[in-house]
Design a binder for this molecule. Structure first.
Ligand SMILES: [Zn+2]
Length: 486
């Protein structure tokens, strides 16, 4: 049946088109204004607890002065001078820590599934993801694998131009994936020359970081590392066909997810092949404190190969996880089909709890991350909003901080992993990653005391980026019901 549009609605449609054109021609006011709660050039955060990102204990009752986007000074509130004309925020009962440097922050989301449509497809979340990252305090983000590199590069331009709220983006190129490509949105490399060609092209388009993926061949990875380094950029990997030790020796800069995806300890692993069942075997029998694993840890540390912790996405596969209170915080942001899909999958995981090895695997991953950091390794972190959609941008980063504490790090160390360590990896530690005079005023203000109870990181109130204070709740409200759609 064809429905003819009644004359009235045509008229309304024309009118709204006209007003859209008229709106577009009005000189734009600041498009970020609806999300900004603190915009004065000089700001005094008074009576606040500072957790500075270096891993040391917090300092209570401080006054921190922001001046034109930079941290000007900080010291005891009792003796601090407040510049004339400063906007003063009394932050008794609040803490401030550096803007998070998220190192596994995709701008896409796993699409909802049904029984009939059950394969993994992801949709670019160009509108929603940057807002949710910023709302959680992520002021710098590496995207760690892109399915729409042009979209992600365009979002970066809009964010940099102050047209869109979001973190400073380090845009990662398309996945450097072998054959088969796992999901149809990935290109399967045809060999080392294809890897070089892909990297040269996307670097010329503005991509600033790289990620190798599960079925890449050793020859392709070697060529990719060489090409990326020739451009002065860095490459990480979520590997399977190649073990951590081998990749570190090739010169890879970072390894995603940690030991849970390392296949080198799987008996019968074939050179350059991604084996089936390695995670299950690892959960069943690998001793993380064994000499073989520690040799891998020391190889990574000695070659300055970083590791990115993504505990939140692993937890989502553990029966009973992620906690329902986390999911309920995420619910309003999600399109209803995504919410239903997440609950269905979570229930299926619980139904199969008796056969699940995911809880053991998560424990081993946590132990590995502790050993790696204790041996002097550079541990980074990010939320990885993939899996079956239970981990959302930003919310997942807050959960990851909590899980790092569950893994045995102090809250101050967990914050350091998420701030200074990321800045160090990106070579930006002179500008971001810690709270110190002269640094960019990228700061997260939360109510409560994360050093006392890490759950306080869920109570983000203001996120300063370059000294501009964003209202976390308004950023979250602005994406209502849209994650999974756009
Ligand atoms: Zn990922």
């Amino acid at each position: 049946m064809v429905r003819v549009m009644p004359r009235d609605s045509l008229y309304i449609l024309c009118l709204s088109l006209l007003s859209a054109i008229a709106l577009a021609q009005t000189p734009p006011s600041n498009p970020l204004a609806p999300y900004i709660s603190v915009s004065e050039p000089v700001i005094a955060l008074t009576h606040v607890e500072i957790i500075d990102g270096t891993g040391v204990a917090p300092v209570a009752d401080q006054t921190l002065i922001i001046d034109h986007g930079k941290i000007a000074s900080m010291g005891p509130s009792a003796s601090a001078a407040i510049p004339a004309g400063a906007r003063v925020l009394d932050l008794r009962g609040h803490a401030v820590y550096p803007g998070l440097v998220g190192m596994h922050e995709h701008l896409f989301y796993s699409e909802p599934r049904t029984h009939a449509l059950n394969s993994l497809i992801v949709s670019d979340s160009a509108d929603t993801a940057p807002r949710l990252y910023l709302a959680a305090g992520v002021t710098t983000a590496r995207t760690t694998g892109s399915v729409e590199p042009y979209t992600d590069l365009e979002m970066k331009k809009e964010i940099d131009a102050g047209e869109m709220p979001g973190p400073d983006l380090d845009v990662t190129g398309p996945y450097l994936q072998g054959d088969p490509p796992l999901i149809p949105q990935m290109h399967a490399l045809a060999g080392p020359e294809d890897a070089r060609r892909t990297i040269d092209y996307w670097v010329s388009e503005g991509v600033t970081s790289w990620k190798a993926y599960m079925t890449i061949t050793p020859d392709e990875l070697k060529a990719a590392i060489e090409a990326v380094h020739a451009h002065g950029e860095k490459i990480t990997g979520h590997l399977c066909s190649i073990g951590f030790t081998e990749a570190a020796r090739m010169g890879i800069d970072d390894l995603e997810h940690g030991i849970a995806v390392d296949t080198e300890f799987f008996p019968g692993k074939e050179e350059g092949k991604c084996p089936e069942g390695a995670a299950k075997q690892m959960a069943g029998s690998l001793d993380v404190s064994s000499a073989a694993v520690m040799a891998m840890v020391h190889e990574l540390v000695s070659r300055h190969t970083a590791v990115t912790s993504t505990l939140a996405v692993f937890e989502s596969f553990v029966p009973g996880g992620p906690p329902m209170d986390l999911l309920l915080r995420e619910q309003n942001s999600m399109v209803p089909a995504a919410w239903t899909s997440v609950l269905t999958t979570r229930a299926e995981i619980e139904d199969n709890a008796a056969r699940s090895y995911e809880a053991t695997l998560l424990k081993k991953e946590m132990q590995f991350e502790r050993e790696f950091a204790a041996a002097g390794g550079l541990l980074l972190a990010g939320c990885d909003p993939t899996g079956y959609g239970a981990v959302l941008p930003g919310f997942g980063d807050e959960r990851n901080l909590e899980l790092l504490v569950q893994a045995g790090f102090t809250p101050e160390q967990a914050i350091q992993i998420y701030t200074r360590n990321g800045a160090e990896f990106l070579g930006r530690e002179d500008r971001i990653g810690t709270i110190a005079a002269g640094k960019q005023a990228d700061l997260v203000v939360v109510s409560g005391d994360p050093a006392e109870d890490i759950k306080a990181v869920e109570h983000v109130e203001i996120v300063f980026k370059d000294g501009v204070g964003f209202d976390s709740a308004k950023l979250i409200d602005s994406v209502q019901g849209m994650v999974g759609l756009r």
